[in-house]
Design a protein around this ligand. Structure first.
Ligand code: GLU
Length: 294
């Protein structure tokens, strides 16, 4: 594939990549591209390509989306090399990681609702990050009402004091210092669903022996959070390739919520999935779709 990054040094570990969709909507062409990048990177280095269904959020994950994801990947001939894994079956693993972080004294309970946070933001100036204003820290040092539902947040500044500066390497963008403070005290265990994406994905990448995390550039900044968690939980550090994104005519990334037709519509209409993948492989994209510049 024309887009594959070059590994300069041969890796000592077997190459293992994963495609990790959340079944809260239909897959689109951008997902096919991402799965293709992960599959081709692994196979071009004699490695394995895994599929992990990130169905941890019981309120948003739907079985019909899981069925469609499996059918879409089958139709595209992007077949995982091992049995599919499901985050909803790995809860104990996330709980153990949460307990380890609690034992380090880096987590605190937070009972704030969205409206509490909005009200606090009116009083307290906070930094803004890629996901919007930081949590204003209301519950960081206060006793909470044990009767209220709570989530667990990480005190990111404290965590960074413990880890010291952290680096990570993207195979295309090079080596970076991780800047998790740009997200503030993120939630690691939610009120309405168990482990957050950050905790679950980081723990699973280690448990699944993922050597190279291949995913879209839209997730680039989150790697800083994942690196902190790896450091605190003493997990191995994968290499990363954040690939360019497929964008529409207006430069917007294809998204489940936007107008890009779901892969299932193409599949049901009888389009040839293998041809679609062959074309993507050669950089031949459907009309109106291009690759983001960076
Ligand atoms: N589940 C995430 C998503 O669908 C991807 C997670 C990852 O690749 O780290 O956006």
């Amino acid at each position: 594939m024309v887009f594959l990054p070059i590994i300069e040094r041969p890796t000592a570990v077997p190459v293992r990549t994963r495609f990790a969709p959340s079944p809260n909507g239909a897959l689109h062409l951008g997902h096919a591209f991402s799965a293709l990048c992960a599959r081709d990177f692994a196979h071009s280095h004699g490695g394995q390509f895994l599929l992990r269904i990130e169905d941890i959020d019981g309120t948003r994950s739907r079985p019909e989306h899981i069925t469609a994801i499996l059918a879409d990947l089958d139709w595209l001939s992007l077949i995982p090399d091992e049995p599919v894994s499901y985050q909803s079956r790995n809860m104990e693993r996330y709980q153990r990681a949460l307990d380890e972080l609690k034992a380090l004294g880096l987590l605190y309970r937070c009972t704030c609702t969205r409206s509490d946070i909005l009200a606090a933001l009116k009083q307290t100036p906070v930094s803004h990050g890629p996901d919007g204003p930081h949590y204003p820290g209301t519950c960081r040092n206060r006793r909470i009402d044990p009767a209220k539902p709570f989530c667990w947040r990480i005190d990111m500044a404290k965590a960074l004091v413990m880890t010291g500066p952290i680096q990570w390497t993207d195979m295309v963008a090079g080596t970076h210092f991780a800047d998790p403070l740009q997200f503030g005290d993120v939630v690691l265990w939610r009120k309405d669903a168990p482990a957050s994406y950050h905790l679950a994905a980081t723990v699973d990448d280690a448990a699944d022996g993922i050597s190279h995390v291949v995913r879209g550039l839209d997730l680039f900044a989150y790697t800083a959070i994942h690196r902190v968690l790896q450091q605190l939980l003493d997990l191995p550090v994968p290499q990363y390739w954040h690939h360019r994104l497929l964008v529409d005519d207006s430069g917007q990334k294809l998204a489940k919520s936007k107008s890009s037709p779901p892969l299932s519509a193409r599949r049901v209409a009888g389009e040839d999935g293998r041809l679609l993948i062959d074309n993507l492989h050669q950089g031949v994209l459907p009309l109106g779709i291009s690759l983001s510049s960076a």
